[in-house]
Ligand binder design. Structure first.
Ligand code: NAP
Ligand code: F7E
Length: 365
């Protein structure tokens, strides 16, 4: 049987790396696009090459950038993919306030450039397209639980850029009969999450505190609430959406939400630390209450390990996001394998190792 060909923009990111693994397991030929950078940026996908049963013959990496239509056109023309996954983006909401034009160019026009290339190459009958849409579209939420029918109200240049890419995907589906889907994904995390997103900042920061690399973690809005899932569960849904008979947009979420404070408490509990929060606003602190078996020599009861710094506040905040994945549950048989405690455990264990490695290097070299 002829192998399916897929191309992934955003290969080197969190989701791109998990999706490449999944598609290779499914015997696809996988082409991935990476940006040129002054330092090597393939740490999330290096293990695919290093695997002794190397899948290298099915795995090809190309240089590219979503700002470059000629490059996109040539990659699609050369590979004639069955499936295109657009996971590339300037994906940091806070950074989007500082780089609004770049965010719009890559996230909004970048999506348009891929769709135009598929259309101009007359591949609309062959190539299926997945767009990485986001719960940030709901922003200032209009319903307590957000579904495919909830009105959008983005709250950042990132959210607005993704609103364009959402609608242009719908438009190319309707105008050119392209099989094009939006996955409206709520926050999803993993040990491969970028270190400046809140969950990873917490798991890495707490690990650094307990091994003695740092004393305190400075955070932004501790009251914001998110619906967090595991990236591995979510990339499976990206693939599934393209295996359906009809192209459709789906919300992917767990249907449960926690505050940033809750997430910190869960991570501390995993470490055997009881933490309490005192004060409010910029004066709020997280204090160590009790440590099981006194197992961390660098920490003692009464230590302040969380403080608030206003530099992490956003000009306009998304206070709450909670997804309603009923449609995906029904049509795609959605059932995530990981819950929040599994996620905390996997991320904490991975970051503890990383923090210990860093400490060893600092102490010995
Ligand atoms: P990520 O880790 O930040 O990865 C983004 C990827 O896009 C990286 O490979 C990055 O390359 C690449 N990229 C950035 N600018 C580019 C450009 N100009 N041209 C080509 N590639 C570029 O993001 P993620 O968490 O995997 O998320 C994947 C997608 O889903 C993104 O579109 C994000 O906006 C969206 N999304 C994410 C979530 C979530 O919770 N994770 C939820 C909803 C939607 P470098 O490695 O070189 O930086
Ligand atoms: O922030 C609050 C912050 O940066 C979550 C992206 O993948 O998911 C992600 O966007 C919340 C916000 O993710 C800190 O204010 C508090 O309310 O982890 P985050 P995000 O903004 O939700 C969506 C679905 C995407 O599509 C995006 O691509 O946490 N928060 N203190 C903090 N956030 C950060 N980053 N750092 C803090 O110190």
């Amino acid at each position: 049987m002829k192998k399916k060909v897929a191309i992934i923009w955003g290969l080197t990111g969190q989701d791109g790396s998990y999706l490449a693994e999944l598609l290779l397991q499914k015997k696809y030929i996988v082409h991935g696009v990476k940006r040129r950078s002054s330092l090597i940026n393939t740490s999330r996908i290096d293990h695919i090459y290093q695997n002794p049963q190397s899948k290298i013959r099915n795995f090809f990496i190309h240089y590219g950038d979503l700002s470059d239509y000629g490059n996109i056109f040539k990659l699609i023309s050369d590979t004639k993919p069955d499936e295109v996954y657009n996971l590339a983006a300037q994906s940091h909401v806070d950074v989007s306030f500082q780089k609004p034009e770049y965010t719009a160019d890559i996230n909004a026009l970048g999506t348009l450039r891929i769709l135009e290339a598929i259309k101009n190459l007359n591949l609309a009958n062959k190539t299926k397209f997945y767009q990485a849409s986001t719960s940030e579209l709901y922003g200032l939420v209009k319903e307590k639980k957000q579904s495919e029918n909830t009105p959008f109200y983005p709250r950042s240049p990132y959210g607005v850029s993704k609103l364009f890419s959402y609608w242009i995907t719908v438009n190319y589906r309707e105008a050119y009969n392209l099989f094009a889907c939006n996955g409206i994904l709520f926050n999803h995390e993993s040990p491969r999450r970028g270190e400046t997103f809140v969950t990873r900042k917490i798991t890495r920061g707490l690990s650094d505190i307990i091994v003695g690399n740092i004393n305190c973690l400075y955070m932004g809005n501790l009251s914001a609430k998110r619906d967090w899932g595991h990236a591995k569960d979510y990339v499976r849904m990206q693939w599934l959406m393209l295996q359906q008979k009809k192209a459709k947009d789906y919300v992917i979420a767990t249907g449960r939400q926690y505050s940033i404070r809750d997430f910190i408490v869960k991570c501390c509990k995993h470490l055997g630390i009881q933490i309490t929060f005192n004060g409010s606003g910029l004066k709020e602190v997280g204090i160590v209450n009790n440590i099981k078996n006194n197992k961390y020599p660098h920490l003692k009861s009464g230590d302040i390990i969380i403080r608030v710094d206003k530099k992490y506040f956003r000009p306009s905040e998304v206070e709450t996001l909670l997804g309603d994945p009923s449609l995906a549950k029904k049509k795609l048989k959605w059932s995530p394998k990981y819950n929040i405690n599994d996620l905390v455990e996997e991320m904490m264990n991975s970051d503890l190792k990383a923090a210990e490695r860093d400490k060893f290097i600092k102490d010995n070299f």
